[in-house]
Design a protein around this ligand. Structure first.
Ligand code: SF4
Length: 197
């Protein structure tokens, strides 16, 4: 069976992907997400992933490096104010998957992959393009997939309910946090304006 290093961003996204891949691969779950802000949120998502890992009997490989949050910020800062889904996200995804590919290569895995495409907010074509670029650069195959398809996203919601998994309200970075807060504020103001009329 092929050894696969599977990058994941959170417990809900891992849930349906692990279920889909478990019979076809020898899986190791890999956490590398220096994009997540603030630190309390980073720890919360990681702790929830580790809790879920214990439920399904899979330890989580956690990777952190000194200065990686600053390196991530420098990678995306030129695109900071772009909307989600554009160049900022492309660089962010590349940053995280590059480390995954390098470690998979160094440790003689057969291929690497990510759970990111489970989310309806993630463009699978973009994720797969970045993964395939890195596969060539680093020299290890990438598993091309769109895990939201075939009810993958719906299944992640089901499993999240079953295991009472924490589902975050924003993608992860400070920019996506600010965008989420702005959307909430606009909604609150709109509702308040309706009530005044
Ligand atoms: S919105 Fe998500 S994918 Fe895009 S830069 Fe922020 S954390 Fe990365």
């Amino acid at each position: 069976m092929s050894r696969l290093l599977l990058h994941t961003c959170c417990a809900p996204c891992l849930s349906s992907v692990e279920e889909r891949l478990r019979d076809g691969y020898e899986l190791d779950i890999f956490w590398y997400n220096p994009n997540i802000y603030p630190p309390e949120e980073y720890e919360r998502r990681l702790q929830e992933l580790e809790r879920f890992g214990r439920i399904i009997g899979r330890p989580i490989r956690v990777h952190r490096e000194a200065g990686d949050q600053e390196a991530w910020r420098e990678t995306v800062v030129d695109y900071a104010h772009q909307p989600e889904g554009q160049q900022r996200c492309r660089e962010c995804i590349r940053f995280r998957l590059k480390k995954t590919a390098e470690i998979a290569k160094a440790e003689r895995y057969d291929l690497f992959a990510t759970t990111l495409t489970v989310s309806p907010r993630k463009n699978a074509a973009l994720v797969n393009f970045v993964g395939q670029q890195l596969a060539e650069e680093v020299g290890i195959p990438f598993l091309v997939a769109d895990f939201k398809k075939n009810n993958g996203y719906l299944r992640s919601i089901e499993l999240s309910k079953k295991y009472n998994l924490y589902r975050q309200e924003y993608c992860g970075c400070v920019y996506s946090l600010n965008a989420m807060l702005a959307r909430k504020l606009a909604k609150t103001r709109a509702e308040a304006a309706m009530n005044v009329k």
